[in-house]
Ligand binder design. Structure first.
Ligand SMILES: CC(C)(COP(=O)(O)OP(=O)(O)OC[C@H]1O[C@@H](n2cnc3c(N)ncnc32)[C@H](O)[C@@H]1OP(=O)(O)O)[C@@H](O)C(=O)NCCC(=O)NCCS
Length: 141
């Protein structure tokens, strides 16, 4: 594999990203992605959504969400053809460096209980599950 380029996503990537996530992302037990949501996110924090590009194609993604209080990683995904070559780890190192530069002292991610691949990379990168917390959610209209 030649070297992937990591860069912030732009609005020109939105459709490609939606297709990429359908194929490569963790998609169970969550609302579907939408172009509007991705555009809103890019507008709010243009540096947060990072893609890995190889030969002009998106092969990896991650969102480093930072609101000044919490550092939250989501939409970490690597294309099935590009997995197990260190790209997921590279994306995580990139977002952790960004969070550190912004002043964050802790980073978290949501991982589905049944997602063995997800759990493998978080564990390898030094993350551990919290047993004494559960996420409480309420849909907003
Ligand atoms: C999880 C995911 C992003 C990993 O991407 P990747 O580029 O293959 O990961 P890396 O090659 O950087 O792997 C880093 C480490 O994670 C662990 N790991 C990754 N894939 C693994 C696998 N299939 N089996 C066991 N360990 C694995 C290993 O410890 C690996 O280090 P090593 O290769 O030196 O042993 C990718 O599998 C993916 O997109 N999965 C579907 C989406 C998803 O579940 N995302 C996470 C949401 S919480």
């Amino acid at each position: 594999m030649s070297h992937p380029l990591l860069r912030p996503a732009t609005t020109a990537d939105v459709q490609a990203l939606l297709g990429f996530w359908l194929e490569a992302g963790e998609n169970d037990s969550r609302p579907a992605d939408s172009a509007d949501a991705v555009r809103r996110q890019l507008e709010r924090d243009p540096e947060a959504l990072v893609v890995a590009e190889l030969d002009g194609r998106i092969v990896g993604s991650v969102i480093a969400g930072w609101d000044g209080w919490r550092a939250h990683v989501y939409r970490l995904a690597v294309h099935p053809d590009a997995r197990r070559r260190g790209l997921g780890r590279l994306l995580l190192e990139h977002v952790e460096a960004r969070f550190t530069a912004l002043g964050a002292t802790r980073v978290d991610a949501m991982v589905l209980e049944g997602n063995a691949l997800g759990q493998a990379i978080w564990a390898a990168a030094g993350y551990a599950p919290q047993d004494d917390w559960r996420r409480w959610v309420k849909p907003l209209r």
